[in-house]
Design a protein around this ligand. Structure first.
Ligand SMILES: [Zn+2]
Length: 374
């Protein structure tokens, strides 16, 4: 495959123009024609398959449809945030996103991004099928590590919040934590003495159990995830008050809801040596997903979420194919991305039984880049 195409014929608004020049380190844009026809919409760009890399393409399409993330990279903000030891993965990601949003090709190659990531995680170079959810976590971690900033704990940090909902102040933040990081609070109650302790845990992806073989709703999965669990027998937890292991009730709530919440539907069920894929038709809303019941009351700021991207998985555990459905911030339409094949789809086609990852956003969609008005 040919290397990523880094030039574009499209006119840009002044700011993006400058940024793009920095990114592309090239080009004499002054001589560009003013009115170039648009061969395709911004951000609606196919990705070449580099040998079983559909898992990567599906994830990249989803990330490239999240407008605050697109805005962050296309505006060049990432350049100032980059740590001194420059991250090849982050730079390649920014170049790729720029090509997908500002380039004039209908299709680009994620080759440089893959080789940057593969130099850190050689498993991704083996050209074997990988799990899209795991891949997403690797990419988010990598971007976070490159872009994180230490932030000082404020001395007068609010002592608000009940114990159960105390926010763990992250010491390092990045665009990734600001968009994707949420926090769960677990209450752990000893069923003997009723002593209750709390534990917090940050998350970027929520892995939801699927409570039915055939059909259920996303709310059913969420209810199943957030229902109280009783730990008995081997799973008993040590109670510091009783000083022995006791039966325990565990319950979790969201104490910090992320701006972008990613749900992983646990379709791959592995029990001992028996592996199977659940083909349950999980029904999920495109708009107004209500997370209120699961969010700790004092943090219910953005309870309504709208779907912005879906990763689909076809086939079985050992082989299969990934595609993505993404809502484009400019056209407000949904597109299906199957490697290089891209097509607009009606809203009614976004709901399918192949959904594997769901990306919901609590922010209204904005247009990441505005084309110059002439
Ligand atoms: Zn106890």
């Amino acid at each position: 495959p040919s290397p990523i195409k880094m030039t574009s014929q499209r006119p840009f608004p002044a700011d993006d123009f400058r940024v793009y020049c920095v990114l592309a380190e090239c080009a004499d844009y002054d001589s560009l024609p003013e009115s170039e026809t648009q061969p395709h919409f911004q951000g609606v760009t196919g990705l070449r398959n580099l040998g079983n890399t559909c898992y990567m393409n599906a994830i990249l399409q989803c990330l490239c449809s999240i407008s605050p993330l697109v805005e962050y990279f296309l505006s060049g903000k990432y350049i100032t945030a980059l740590q001194k030891d420059c991250s090849d993965v982050t730079t390649a990601f920014a170049y790729l996103m720029t090509d997908m949003w500002l380039g004039d090709s209908e299709c680009v190659s994620p080759e440089i991004f893959l080789s940057a990531l593969g130099s850190l995680y050689p498993a991704f170079l083996k050209k074997t099928q990988q799990d899209a959810q795991e891949f997403l976590i690797y990419v988010l971690n990598e971007l976070h590590e490159a872009l994180k900033k230490h932030c000082q704990r404020r001395a007068h940090e609010k002592k608000s919040a009940q114990r159960c909902c105390r926010k763990v102040m992250a010491s390092e933040t990045s665009i990734i934590t600001r968009l994707f990081e949420g926090q769960l609070s677990y209450s752990i109650t000893c069923l003997k003495c009723e002593n209750c302790t709390y534990r917090n845990e940050v998350f970027t992806v929520l892995s939801l159990p699927i409570p039915s073989e055939y059909e259920c709703s996303l709310q059913d999965c969420l209810q199943c995830f957030f229902q109280q669990d009783t730990l008995t027998w081997n799973n008993q937890i040590h109670c510091s008050f009783c000083e022995i292991k006791q039966e325990t009730a565990v319950r979790s709530t969201i104490s910090k809801a992320p701006k972008i919440i990613v749900f992983h539907l646990k379709r791959f069920d592995i029990q001992g040596t028996v592996k199977r894929k659940l083909r349950t038709d999980v029904r999920y809303p495109l708009t107004n997903l209500d997370l209120t019941p699961y969010i700790c009351p004092i943090f219910r700021k953005h309870p309504k979420y709208n779907l912005c991207a879906v990763v689909n998985h076809f086939g079985d555990l050992d082989g299969g194919h990934y595609t993505a459905f993404c809502k484009n911030a400019v056209t407000q339409a949904w597109y299906s991305f199957d490697d290089t094949r891209v097509s607009e789809i009606p809203d009614t086609s976004v709901q399918t039984a192949t959904a594997y990852l769901l990306f919901y956003s609590c922010q209204p969609f904005s247009i990441p880049i505005q084309t110059r008005k002439s």
